[in-house]
Structure formats: structure tokens, C-alpha cells
Design a protein around this ligand. Structure first.
Ligand SMILES: [Zn+2]
Length: 189
């Protein structure tokens, strides 16, 4: 993998933790889930990890960030995740951006922009809205090329499998079990 597709330079520390989030995204992918992963870091240590499990759990709130935030709160015994940093491979959706505000995280570092559901930069700016009672520092597009490629490869394989099925051809690579609708991509983590 290369970082050449990333729009902005990032620190080694941010890149290192983003790779942990990417590892989580790959766990989601292996389950046929839209590959989105998240880790929550406090004082240099990972205190929560999560990957998208929406299909597995049939739970609309089972996004990577929600799972990682719950685990982090459980780990430290407090819902207040002040001073925590969230690393997530895809720009948070409105639900997750709201949860990150409610958790009082200090900083959110994300990989790929989400033009269809992004709620920290693209469609909304929930993390910096002065009307809310907490704001977090936002660092977009860390390893964004790599994070985005996970998603485009995933949906590309689904489309290829569908085309092959229509043509009556057995694809080289079996499709993932989950079948997200096209209008949902890439949101789902
Ligand atoms: Zn979300």
C-alpha cells in the first residue's frame, strides 16, 4: 500500500493509529461488512476498538465509532472521553459525529471523506458547530487514499459479482455475503 493518494501530510503517530483503524476495517470486510474501522486512543494507548457490524448485528447503530466509543467508555469506566482521540477510516456520519461530541472526545482523525453521509466536513460540520456544547479538533484525510481504496475495492467487487451473476458467469472472487444497496455506499461505518 502507498500513501500517495493522501491529500495531506500526517504525523507518524496519526498514521500509526490510523493503520490500527484500517486493521479494524479489514475485520469488517472479512465479515462481508462495509469496511470501516475505528480506534479510540487515550494517553497513547488504544482503549476502544470497533468495526462496522451493521449487517451482522442488524443494528443501524452498529457503526465502527459507536462500538469503539462504547468499548472505550467501558474500559475507562466513564462516558467522558475527554482527552481521547478517535481514529476512523471514514468521515463520521451524523450519528457518529454526534456521539463523538457527546463523548467529549478531544480530537477526531479520519481517513476518507464521505460525500454521502460525512458530518464533520463534507455535508455537516458537527464537530465544530458553536451551537453545540462541545467541539473537537478535526484532522481529515489521514491515509485517506488507503482508507478510501478499501471502500471502492469492496463496492467494486460487489458490482463485479452482480454483473457476473447477470451474465451467468461465476466470478473469480466470491461476493461478500452482505449486499449493501448502491445508494448506501460508502456510508455504513
Ligand atoms: Zn456512523
Amino acid at each position: 500500500m502507498t500513501d500517495s493518494g493522501d491529500a495531506l501530510p500526517c504525523s507518524d503517530v496519526d498514521a500509526s493509529f490510523m493503520r490500527e483503524a484500517i486493521a479494524e476495517a479489514r475485520l469488517a470486510e472479512a465479515k462481508g461488512e462495509v469496511p470501516v474501522g475505528c480506534v479510540i486512543v487515550l494517553e497513547g494507548a488504544i482503549v476502544g476498538r470497533g468495526h462496522n457490524l451493521r449487517e451482522t448485528m442488524q443494528d443501524p447503530t452498529a457503526h465502527a465509532e459507536m462500538i469503539a466509543l462504547r468499548q472505550a467508555a467501558s474500559t475507562i469506566g466513564s462516558w467522558r472521553l475527554e482527552h481521547a482521540i478517535a481514529y476512523v477510516t471514514l468521515e463520521p456520519c451524523p450519528m457518529c459525529a454526534g456521539a463523538l461530541v457527546n463523548a467529549r472526545v478531544a480530537r477526531v482523525v479520519y481517513g476518507a471523506d464521505d460525500p454521502k453521509a460525512g458530518a464533520t466536513t463534507t455535508l455537516y460540520t458537527i464537530g465544530s458547530d458553536p451551537r453545540l456544547n462541545h467541539r473537537f479538533v478535526l484532522v481529515p484525510q489521514v491515509l485517506g487514499g488507503e482508507c478510501g481504496a478499501l471502500l471502492t475495492d469492496f463496492f467494486g467487487r460487489i458490482r463485479a459479482a452482480r454483473r457476473a451473476a447477470r451474465a451467468g458467469i461465476t466470478p473469480d472472487v466470491p461476493p461478500p455475503p452482505a449486499k449493501p444497496r448502491r445508494d448506501q455506499e460508502p456510508e455504513g461505518g
